[in-house]
Design a protein around this ligand. Structure first.
Ligand SMILES: Cc1cc2nc3c(=O)[nH]c(=O)nc-3n(C[C@H](O)[C@H](O)[C@H](O)COP(=O)(O)OP(=O)(O)OC[C@H]3O[C@@H](n4cnc5c(N)ncnc54)[C@H](O)[C@@H]3O)c2cc1C
Length: 483
């Protein structure tokens, strides 16, 4: 039976940049990429026509298929830029500060990889405009204001692809891989890996259209399963004794407010990353994935959970900005099930919203009342997610999480006037699942020989740029291991 030099699970940005770099290194001829979703051109989310989620089969088109969660993302790429560095700003590596990558790579090496990855995006058509480099003095003033409220503002250069353009760009990368004869299998789920004597020797797959199961032989497997595959990866680690550390889960809301309130941040930075540890719990609360003139969206996970997200187009604009406010939840012994904890919260919010995303006005939360459809009708901030159901999210999000979020919003109001306007909207549940953090060595190899993990799934990265860069790093490591 045919044996591949390498099998890559998932075709998110981490995996497709890995394949791109293996082509450059001429090591791509006998590799195989597998994804449970479709080719990028066949990935269509029907919600804009139907107004509600149809639970696409075989898998959600927003999160699965060629380019993974990147295809419908807002396409904000955290970039690296010298001007920014000269002003004393650090290189931004994502939500968890890229601590793993910092451990093994010097700043100089990281700068080289980020510039290289950025250039690939430019080559495939990314906008040359960089946000966050023209108004550094104004950004420093906002930073100072934030500091007074014990909020840290992290600034970094951003390239914005836009949802519709991200789709086109990833389509060009898909064509590049096809033109270079990279083997790709779609609508196929990897159900397990085969491990003998602590060495990987293949994967088990299931064709999602026919249900046919088969085995593919290889002695190298890269897992690039993203947040979508967090649960799959967690189960895999338990079954095969792959070493992990207890992970975390980020639970919060998607916040929507008028562009007027956010105009300075939008203009100077495109996205502001505000981080605080509000009283009394001291939990880490942060803003994430800000979308100026954007749209709130929803996505469905395997277990039927509907989660809120947000994005923005390059050309189609709304009058609102949306961003996530997330609280990091870390648990310690005896509880080691952050994914299940997050799933329980999401299940409850979904139940209360009749399986749709729930929305509530900030002022209603402070008044202790639910939001009704008529309240939204007269509200200045009009919800951009039309399928969201008005209700009371405080019924299902824990007291501690809710207190963190409300304290954070109040403090942010002193940095950005209007941030706590009563007509601002909170959507729930916004949850970022990560598998338990997979323990990796310098070569991104797990405790099972020949099994590697890159991208968001195993907790290595938390965004497009670093996920893509981790694919480049992986390819350079594998260059020496593939004949
Ligand atoms: C709406 C939205 C907006 C976003 N906006 C931004 C943004 O502006 N900037 C930013 O930096 N990040 C953004 N993100 C996050 C970004 O998309 C991810 O960080 C990035 O895609 C992670 O890449 P990845 O390769 O690790 O995994 P993913 O892109 O998640 O891809 C994983 C792939 O693996 C496949 N897979 C999983 N398990 C299996 C299995 N068992 N068998 C077969 N296939 C499997 C999935 O189908 C999926 O295609 C956004 C995400 C969403 C959903």
């Amino acid at each position: 039976m045919k044996k591949y030099d390498l099998v890559v699970v998932g075709m998110g940005p981490s995996s497709i940049f890995l394949a791109y770099e293996l082509i450059k290194l001429n090591k791509h001829k006998n590799i195989l990429l597998i994804d449970q979703g479709k080719r990028v051109e066949n990935r269509i989310c029907p919600i804009s026509k139907t107004g509600k989620c149809l639970n696409c089969k075989p898998k959600c088109n927003i999160t699965c298929g060629f380019s993974g969660a990147g295809a419908f993302s807002d396409g904000k790429l955290n970039s690296y830029h010298l001007t920014h560095r000269e002003k004393g700003e650090d290189i931004y590596l994502g939500g968890n500060d890229g601590s793993y990558i910092r451990e093994y790579y010097t700043n100089k090496e990281i700068e080289e990889i980020l510039t290289y990855t950025d250039n690939i995006y430019l080559k495939f058509g990314a906008d040359t405009k960089l946000f966050g480099v023209d108004y550094i003095d104004e950004i420093l003033k906002i930073k100072k204001r934030a500091k007074k409220e014990n909020i840290n503002l992290i600034s970094y250069p951003i390239r914005h692809l836009g949802t519709e353009k991200a789709h086109i760009l990833y389509g060009k990368i898909e064509k590049y891989l096809i033109d270079n004869n990279v083997n790709m299998m779609f609508e196929t789920e990897v159900t397990d890996i085969i491990v003998k004597d602590n060495k990987v020797c293949g994967v088990e797959v299931k064709d999602l259209n026919t249900g046919k199961e088969s085995i593919i032989n290889t002695d190298k497997v890269v897992l690039g399963v993203g947040r979508k595959g967090a649960r799959f990866l967690s189960d895999l680690c338990k079954k095969h004794n792959i070493e992990t550390k207890i992970g975390s889960v980020d639970i919060g809301i998607r916040y929507e407010l008028s562009n007027d309130v956010m105009k300075d941040i939008n203009k100077y930075m495109y996205e502001g990353k505000f981080i605080a540890r509000p009283y009394p719990y001291g939990d880490k609360v942060r803003t994430f994935c800000q979308n100026p003139s954007g749209f709130v969206s929803s996505e469905v996970y395997d277990n039927g959970l509907t989660l809120v997200n947000g994005h923005s187009y390059k050309d189609k604009k709304s009058e609102n900005t949306n961003l996530a406010i997330l609280v990091s939840h870390h648990f310690s012994t005896p509880f080691d099930k952050p994914i299940e904890y997050g799933e329980d919260i999401a299940t409850n919010v979904n139940r209360l919203g009749g399986n749709a995303i729930m929305v509530q006005r900030l002022g209603d939360i402070f008044r202790g009342k639910r939001t009704w459809a008529k309240d939204l009708k007269n509200n200045k901030v009009k919800p951009t997610l039309k399928s969201a159901v008005p209700g009371d999210i405080t019924f299902s999000i824990g007291y501690r999480t809710m207190t963190d979020i409300l304290q954070f919003i109040k403090s942010m109001d002193k940095v950005v006037e209007g941030f706590a306007n009563p007509e601002n909207l909170l959507y729930a549940p916004e949850i970022k699942f990560y598998s338990n953090v997979v323990v990796l060595n310098k070569n991104f190899e797990t405790s099972v020989k020949g099994l590697y993990s890159i991208g968001d799934g195993g907790g290595l990265t938390t965004g497009l740029m670093m996920a893509s860069a981790s694919g480049i790093m992986m390819a350079r490591i594998l260059d020496k291991k593939i004949k």
